[in-house]
Design a protein around this ligand. Sequence first.
Ligand code: C2O
Ligand code: CU
Ligand code: CU
Length: 424
Amino acid sequence: HDPAPDVVEVHLEAKVAEIEVVPGLTTEVWTYNGMLPGPTIRAKKGDRVVVKFENHLPEATTVHWHGLRVPAAMDGTQHVQEPIEPGEGFEYSFTVPDAGTFWYHPHLRSSAQVGAGLYGAFVVEEAAEEAPLGDELLLVMSDIGIEEDGSLTAADESGWFGDYFGREGSRVLVNGKILPTVAAREGVPQRWRVVNAARSRYFRFAVPGQPLVSIGGDGGLSESPLPVDEVTLAPGERAELYLLPVEGRSVVIPLLDANRFHLPSENDPKDLMRLELADEPPGRGASALPERLAEIASIDTTGAQRQAVEFMEQGDADGAVLGINGQTGGSLMFSAKTNTVEMWTLTNTTNYDHPFHLHGFFFQVLDIDGAGPPVRAWRDTVSLVPGETVRIAIPFDDRAGMWMFHCHILDHADLGMMAMLHLM
Ligand code: C2O
Ligand code: CU
Ligand code: CU
């Protein structure tokens, strides 16, 4: 039986703080509660979460609860709330209906604000007492642009690739640190919860010499475990991974080239983190991985309304404009009916990758270029390579209101790859 829901109260303050991200240098980072990443919010499925938020930044902001199925009015976008001005506050209050790994970030000038350090993880645990799958390791992956003198790369300045391609910070971070060491207990399996909180960077990695099992994604555990060689996470996406105890005392996990531009050139190879065995003795035996992780019903799409989303680029003499379905700047609006199922066809006619993200609702991927996905899972973000067609099924519930969908390369969203969904 499930324990009674609790009320989880969180105080969250957006403020500028001096942080030593690069050893020996102090950087003025934009933070939640002075921390990079912001504090991890933890609740269990069914709890009510009350976030008392205050803005002490020099500009307006909002907080979006990425992946959490909250009421529209709590979604933190410009369509459902007034910007929270400096010195002002807002109380977000909602129940968390799903277990899984989520995150929170601003939804105003998102690329600049997320890029300056505003993001944090939000973990919702199963309400029922279950044997843990393994030791939990939460990994918030991101990046940040830091100049030689320690200053933050100016928010509006084009970085390595420029905002047109999506700016990647010069420093790759895991849990706010450059190449951190994460400890694992010998003989104990681990459950990794990984969040890609970078504004534009894809994270592709493998653990050398170590089998990985994908056990879930954006919307909690998937139907069944899936052994994988490596993992690629687009901005906004989450992965849940299961690792058998690591062999060898220390393993460096490199960041592989995700090649989201599909160019022959390669990014600078970087290391992501170091995994080390701690000397602690094995803990209570973590359960062996079950064959069935979650019950995920298939979605009946008979009679579903169909809509098409095309990530595109429109060229003109002055350069290209990014948009969706020929519209840019967030003016495109879809409408849908509450409590119906829709089938959307997503395409990408540009020659670089775009992660599609829908607010407020999970979807299931039906097929990618005609091929069904290997396991059934709930997602809120799916990345498309050039020329790809992805069909998704979305079961809408009764949370009417104004929602959004956009490319989660936040520079692309800010440049116009975003749209509204009016659920009526
Ligand atoms: Cu992480 Cu509009 O979303
Ligand atoms: Cu979102
Ligand atoms: Cu994009």
